[in-house]
Design a protein around this ligand. Structure first.
Ligand code: SAM
Ligand code: SF4
Length: 335
């Protein structure tokens, strides 16, 4: 593999384009046209694909979706992926989930070797939580988080899309909930997906405002950049630390795709549930890995990956007026 491919250490694999929630910023209310079952990568194909990326130097795979916990066979998949060799050891497997099924699954996932979890939670108020997810029940997610902590499911992070006029008054509360449980809160700027077909009950909250809100909550003048920049700097989040006071040393992450562009350091690749390889979340362009995997030609996959990496543009096209994003919804690409 060439230099560019070696830089890619982190792969996100979407297991499904289905979800038991319908978050307003992720999916249009009418839903999306789901792929036919044959069009999805089988779990055996997911393992084969990850084995190739692991050989090329990918150290960690994040299972996502849609909602990964709605895919049958998830636990066995984690077990199989954990066996895959990488140049540095065994493949690490983590997952992003809405947490709805976590209470039932946490223990088996921990036993299968899942080593980290990100749970999305946009509000600590049941009515708001329901409004933003259209389907979710906050109490179930909180119970899932407690279960995951109890079974020692690695590092747990929370993902919150920060929305002015919706949850900007509870960022401190969410942060405190995370910090008092040794979890890392992460705030995400709203990205304009699905070509304007989404109605979101709030607006983009810029990273600078998020930091001020948390600094005020933590009673410090400002947050300071955290040198570690997250676990081995693998993701797009920047990490910030509280320099003093009662929360001294606590960290939070910010994913600021809109106002603090990180394209120049982005080493992310995303494979959709149907095997489309996206080098950028903000663009519809993708390379078809499913065809390459099913062709039986061992060189075809490498060629397709090279083509996608070669076509990776300098920057995403997201604009602050909400234009420039992909036609696809987040749920179709895999967040
Ligand atoms: N279903 C899982 C979940 O919700 O965590 C995994 C998939 S979801 C697409 C992954 C992440 O993308 C979630 O944390 C969600 O909040 C985030 N997300 C979805 N649409 C977004 C958007 N338009 N802007 C910013 N973040 C978004
Ligand atoms: Fe489902 Fe996650 Fe998208 Fe919400 S953000 S609709 S939980 S895939």
């Amino acid at each position: 593999m060439d230099q560019q491919q070696r830089r890619v250490r982190y792969l996100r694999v979407s297991l499904t384009d289905r979800c038991n929630y319908r978050c307003t910023y992720c999916m249009p209310e009418e839903g999306i046209e789901h792929r036919h079952r044959d069009e999805l990568l089988s779990l055996e194909e997911v393992v084969r694909l990850c084995a190739v990326f692991a050989r090329w130097g990918v150290e960690r795979v994040r299972l996502t979706g849609g909602e990964p916990t709605v895919r049958k066979g998830l636990v066995s998949l984690v077990t199989a992926l954990r066996q895959l060799p990488t140049p540095k050891g065994k493949l690490e497997v983590v997952m992003t989930t809405n947490g709805e099924r976590l209470e039932a699954l946490a223990e088996s996932l921990a036993r299968a070797g899942l080593s980290g979890l990100t749970v999305s939670i946009d509000s600590m108020r049941p009515d708001r939580f329901r409004q933003i997810t259209r389907r979710g029940a906050l109490a179930r997610v909180l119970a899932g988080i407690e279960r995951a902590r109890a079974v020692g499911l690695g590092t747990i992070k929370l993902n919150t899309v920060a929305l002015r006029g919706f949850n900007d008054d509870e960022l401190g509360e969410i942060t405190e909930y995370a910090w008092t449980r040794d979890m890392v809160p992460r705030f995400i700027e709203l990205m304009p997906m699905a070509a304007g077909r989404l109605f979101v009950p709030g607006e983009l909250m810029p990273a600078s405002e998020i930091r001020s809100a948390i600094a005020t909550f933590a009673e410090v003048a400002e947050l300071v950049p955290d040198e570690a920049r997250g676990i081995a700097g693998l993701g797009p989040a920047t990490y910030w630390r509280v320099p003093g006071g009662r929360f001294a040393g606590r960290r939070l992450g910010i994913i600021a795709a809109m106002t603090e562009n990180f394209c120049n350091t982005c080493n992310r690749l995303r494979v959709s549930a149907s095997g489309q390889l996206h080098a950028c979340l903000a663009r519809d362009e993708a390379g078809d890995l499913r065809g390459a995997l099913r062709s039986g030609d061992p060189g075809a996959l490498e060629e397709r990956v090279r083509a996608v990496l070669g076509a990776k543009r300098e920057r995403h096209g997201f604009a602050l007026d909400g234009t420039g994003g992909p036609r696809k919804a987040m749920i179709s690409i895999g967040g």
